[in-house]
Design a protein around this ligand. Sequence first.
Ligand code: LLP
Length: 411
Amino acid sequence: MSSFKYNSSELFCENVNLKEIAKDFGTPSYVYSKKAIEENAKAYVNSFDNPKNLACFAVKSLSNISILKIIKDLGCGFDIVSGGELHRVLSIGADPKKIIFSGVGKTEKEIEQGIQTNILSFNVESASELYTIERKAKDLNSSAPISIRINPDIDSGGHDYITTGRKGDKFGISSIQDIFELCRYSSTSQNLNLVGLACHIGSQILDLDGYIKSADKIFELSDQLSKEGIELDFLDLGGGLGVTYEDEVPPVPKELISSLEKKFSGRKERLILEPGRSISANTGVLLTKVEYIKDNFLIVDAAMNDLLRPALYKATHGVCNLDEKKESTKNWNIVGPVCESSDFLAKNVSIEAVEGDYIAINNAGAYGFVMASNYNSRPRACEVLINDDKSSLIRKRETFDDLLELERIND
Ligand code: LLP
């Protein structure tokens, strides 16, 4: 969290005092550092030796269009998983030839959108999806670029809910025979253009072993295809690189890229990666106010609807008071107003706070705002971007009227 630091005992994001943000924009609010976003995106873009290799930012991790634009301007492409995400990246002028469309359940409408947009590739996750893409491409008198997402049966070691590359997970295609059949079929189809192979084994990955094993599996497949005269443009090894929430020490993007580029040396295909969390996580905090104190509870104005990760995965986020205070002698559970016992943001944390204080929940940039909901009819928080000593509202706080906007009384 290098962009978030105490200055004269008050927490700043770049050169802005976060207490000012809490007062000007209210709480709960998500606050992001432009500098951190740029540093993290550059850690990928500038690490490639081969200029044809590409990092496609996983939009699902943080999808505000102001932030996507910063990431695009630094040269990243995008990994999308829905028509909505495609709409977002097109709205900021993303280069279609840097867009990868992943996901197991693409609808016909989404496939049509992708074909018409001329994206780089659909990462195909089943035979049925492949035939649907072919049919849609035929209807549109076109040829759709596809890559086959394989399931390499590799355990990336993270939380069960975010591990995606084991046999039995719903992602990718497991059977080698099926993969070859689909590749051969695609290479002869008038309406399909096989451009790559892909895999993504999970999220919050803390070592490089899984990537190396995935590369080996994917090389084997690509080499066999090459022997049959089928040449591929790229091999996509997915996203997943972890970050430090507590005391984890994940490899940095440069280490990942160097070891993969070493493996790729002498090969014709280019390397694509789909990083999300490692670009977005440490760029943002969730600001919240302590409303009440009871027993060992700090009851704050943010809740599981604002940041779901602790409730859903028992994820741990560091917390700090915007006023740097001496170490607390007491441990607190930080909880929100939602009517569920799973509504906690942090458990058993040592922090000094009194009612009315503001607290930052750290590393909330990835899978934070994007997973927010209106549960308990709570308007979603605003999003604020800090650039040096300036702050801009990049998403308004929702209002009560917004909550009713799409509803109708049926009479
Ligand atoms: N590519 C694909 C196909 C993915 O499914 C994902 C994430 C990524 C790339 C980006 O992975 P990353 O670099 O961010 O690890 N909500 C969970 C994380 C779910 C990840 C889903 N897929 C969380 O809050 O931890």
